[in-house]
Design a protein around this ligand. Sequence first.
Ligand SMILES: [Ca+2]
Length: 191
Amino acid sequence: MAVRQRTEIASDCLWRTSRILCNGLFLSGCHSFFFVCFLFSPAGLKQIHALSIQGNYELRIDLEDFENSTAYAHYGTFGVGLFSVDPDDDGYPLTVGDYSGNAGDSLLKHNGMKFTTKDRDNDHSENNCASFYHGAWWYRNCHTSNLNGQYLRGQHTSYADGIEWSSWTGWQYSLKFSEMKIRPTRDPDNK
Ligand SMILES: [Ca+2]
């Protein structure tokens, strides 16, 4: 069973509140790629943490612009709070690595960062990156990607506050579609 949730929905529910569980679904033991809208709430992050410490997980991000061009980024390593004694208190730091794809690696600089929301500032900026860029993300100071940003429909004059993946479309192009999916990494001895 696969669960998919599109950026339009994820971004909207996230922006309204970072504390709601977007779709209430959590599929323990699911071995298909599935997207995690609910990742971007504390309850969702807690669940993703619980999942990602069970084994090795990989992440795939699919993107589409308004000219119907698509790109993807794949990370062979993914987890949140993998090394945290108390992941909630620790801010669910992101672990990503082993990039491949054609969208460019716009998560590299977010590796190791904690999740910041408007009401929980864990970033390295003197401001709150989530408030400043209208999203919620593993902000550093602040971002090279902002997939929970505003749905601004392509080119926009404001800076970096849309659904951005900078290595593909820069900081002033809000993507039509984005999707994040995780699944357990296949056992290399059991292909
Ligand atoms: Ca800050």
